[in-house]
Design a protein around this ligand. Structure first.
Ligand SMILES: [Fe+2]
Ligand SMILES: [Fe+2]
Length: 252
């Protein structure tokens, strides 16, 4: 065995011992290149989703139906930009990450599919809050418990704010569903967004998912997170008189 391979093996063993004991990893010296690649994949995707989320909400400051709602939307946009900024600051510790290139070049190509769909109406917007910010909230629960200490600590506040966005969506979806004049429009928005947001959880039981879990970068399989989300939205939406598809209805 070469010294280099031996060093990497020793590093791996020490890292796994820490991970398995439930301790947090805090420095680049403690993590193997395999861990580092997986961690960066997830953190870069999250950073972009925060930014894309903010951009999608921007037109709804102007499009909001009341002045109070304009302020609510401006606050949501501010939250998402702050989430993006916090994520890119975490990425600054990794010299191999070119943050400007990510923000100004790569992002337009590598964005999650759901963010390419335009939010066309206020009903679309509040349904997106209801479904997508909630999906983010559940995914961030895993990030808040991740083995990478700096990320897990940063997630605590961000997670709280996502739930405020969800509440915003929930209040409006409930209100618009209560009126027989607007309920069909809410159902249409649900039918459109449901399979698209369902897709963001990713494939169940994949090999890469097992790796993420082994390193405690993720805590649960994608499908387990999806199930928690689904079991929450289904009874809520049904209580508003709406119909939601099956859990395996996922946009291709
Ligand atoms: Fe966010
Ligand atoms: Fe959000």
């Amino acid at each position: 065995m070469t010294t280099l391979v031996k060093d990497e093996k020793a590093k791996h063993d020490a890292m796994m011992e820490k991970i398995n004991s439930g301790a947090k990893l805090e420095s680049l010296e403690e993590i193997t290149s395999e861990y580092r690649d997986l961690l960066l994949k997830l953190m870069i995707a999250q950073a972009d989703s925060e930014l894309a989320g903010a951009y999608g909400y921007v037109p709804w400051i102007e499009g909001a139906p009341t002045l109070a709602e304009k302020l609510a939307m401006a606050n949501i946009v501010k939250d998402e930009i702050r989430h993006a900024k916090a994520m890119y600051e975490l990425l600054e510790r990794f010299p191999e990450v070119d943050i400007d290139k990510l923000i100004y070049e790569d992002n337009m190509k590598n964005r999650m599919q759901v963010f390419y769909e335009p939010i066309k109406t206020w009903t679309d917007l509040v349904m997106f809050n209801f479904l997508m910010d909630r999906a983010a909230g559940h995914q961030l629960r895993d990030a808040a418990e991740s083995s990478w200490g700096p990320w897990s600590r940063t997630m605590v506040q961000i997670e709280k704010e996502e739930w405020m966005h969800v509440k915003h969506g929930e209040t409006w979806v409930k209100r618009l569903s209560a009126d027989p004049k607007t309920r069909p429009e809410v159902q249409r928005a649900l039918d459109f967004w449901y399979p698209r947001v369902n897709k963001v959880f990713g494939k169940p039981g994949s090999e890469s998912n097992k790796h993420f879990q082994q390193f405690r970068i993720k805590q649960r399989d994608n499908h387990d997170v999806r199930t928690v989300w689904y079991n929450e939205i289904k009874p809520l939406l049904e209580s508003y008189g709406l119909t939601v598809g099956s859990i395996d209805q996922i946009e291709k």
